[in-house]
Design a protein around this ligand. Structure first.
Ligand code: GLV
Ligand code: MN
Ligand code: MN
Length: 438
């Protein structure tokens, strides 16, 4: 066992740098990853834009494509009851525990190609390279492609990862998309059995941890001039949907003093939310979705709906922010004689990444001569949900200008190659107890 790992270690470290491996042309692993990301980007409901939502036809096509790549990498493939695609490689040791490596394959509307898919495709590439080198790891690995990480179809996020970690509240099955289709129905249409969703929950005692490679979605790595960074912690997130109702009427006939305009009331609420965010250190408060009814230029709006996202690395700050926002919004609704309903759709505490995984990811980068820094994540990732189940670790990859959740984001092949090399080195030397297995 030890010799095999050392052989493998040598195979990885042989090159003078991660960008100059002797066995492959420059960026060969990344070249395949980039081409696969392009293929996934073409699976969209959005024409020129990338929009691939949870449990849709496009999601199903992506699952089929990725299943083929997983099989080619020697993984045994299945889709669980929450629509999560899992590719498993048994460890060499008997009764080996399992390391999960993954990310998500659903996207926001008009997304970029790297968010989520990068981590899945990089993990498959690492497993393919291990298989190419004829290397078995002593522990089992599952490459996971979650769906429902984004709240772009249903007003709830981390559906696949919360199901896997056993933390998905049963009520979530009743949430509906913009066409009134419930998550329960969408799962059935996708070929999953929602009544079996609780069976997807894993036992933490069978797992060694969860590792995710993801683009940074921020400007820090670029500013520091490094390709990769190891995530130290993730901010907590609260999300809620607000419904404001007033009274509709003709724009030319209802006197201004008699109006109960849901839109102008909601506009005041949006500014109040921004104000709470601006005036509270460490708090981020965002309204990213908004719609009105009847949505006609000649009608006083009767209803306004919007989605609020509140984040902080400090849970007390986030909870205090949510309370203050709620208090201000209710006060505005009262003054304007509007009805107000707020429904929480998500609530996860901030989590620290596992110290052993942080150390081993950092050590892996150092061993192969890759400069690497530690940094917190303000963005949420499936690891937040998985942290209820097992230790979590994340490797961030630099992106251009810190742009994220927008089409123009870009990640270089060189940085992707570096991330794959770091992951391979980490896998080769991974020790659940912090001691080397080799
Ligand atoms: C995840 O995509 C987030 O919104 O942070
Ligand atoms: Mn995202
Ligand atoms: Mn993501």
């Amino acid at each position: 066992m030890a010799a095999r790992l050392w052989d493998f270690q040598f195979a990885i470290a042989e090159g003078t740098s991660t960008h100059n491996m002797p066995r492959h042309p420059r960026h060969a692993l990344a070249a395949r990853v980039m081409s696969r990301l392009e293929q996934l980007a073409a699976i969209t409901s959005g024409g020129e834009e990338i929009s691939r939502f949870f449990l849709t036809q496009e999601h199903s096509v992506a699952v089929k494509l990725i299943s083929g790549w997983m099989s080619e990498a020697g993984l045994a493939v299945e889709v669980d009851a929450a629509g999560t695609l899992i590719g498993r490689k048994e460890g060499e040791a008997r009764a080996a525990k399992t390391l999960l490596i993954g990310s998500h394959i659903d996207t926001v509307r008009n997304a970029e190609r790297y968010d989520g898919c990068l981590g899945v495709v990089v993990a498959i590439e690492a497993m393919l390279e291990l298989s190419r080198l004829g290397k078995r790891l002593p522990y089992s690995v599952e490459v996971i492609a979650f769906g429902g990480e984004e709240a772009s179809r249903f007003p709830s996020m981390f559906i696949g990862s919360r199901a896997l970690s056993g933390s998905l509240p049963p009520g979530v099955l009743d949430v509906t998309d913009s066409e009134g289709i419930s998550l329960r129905t969408a799962l059935r249409q996708f070929g999953c059995e929602p009544s079996r969703i609780s069976e997807t929950a894993r036992r933490g005692t069978d797992l060694l941890g969860y590792i995710e490679v993801h683009t940074e979605q921020g400007p820090v790595l670029e500013g520091e001039g490094v390709s990769v960074g190891v995530v130290t912690m993730m901010s907590g997130v609260s999300r809620f949907c607000v419904e404001v109702r007033g009274k509709s009427g003709h724009a030319g006939t209802v006197p201004m003093q008699m109006r109960r305009d849901a839109l102008t009331g909601a506009a005041e609420m949006l500014l109040a939310i921004e104000n709470v965010g601006r005036s509270t250190a460490g708090l981020l408060a965002t309204v990213g979705t908004f719609s009105i009814k009847p949505d006609s230029v000649s009608a006083v709006p009767e209803q306004a709906d919007f989605g609020v996202d509140v984040r902080s690395p400090v849970d007390g700050v986030r909870r205090g922010g949510v309370r203050e926002i709620d208090r201000r919004l209710r006060a505005i609704a009262r003054l304007r004689r509007l009805s107000f309903k707020s429904t929480e759709t998500f609530n996860e505490k901030a989590v620290a990444c596992d110290q052993r995984l942080i150390r081993q990811l950092t050590a892996a980068a150092e061993r192969i001569g890759v400069p690497c820094i530690g940094l917190p994540s303000g963005a949420a990732h499936d690891g937040l949900a998985l942290s209820h189940l097992c230790p979590i670790g994340m490797l961030f990859v630099r992106c251009k200008s810190g742009v994220s959740h927008q089409a123009e984001k870009s990640v270089s092949a060189e940085d992707v190659e570096t991330a794959i090399r770091v992951l391979l080195e980490f896998l080769a030397q991974f020790s659940p107890n912090g001691r080397s297995l080799a």
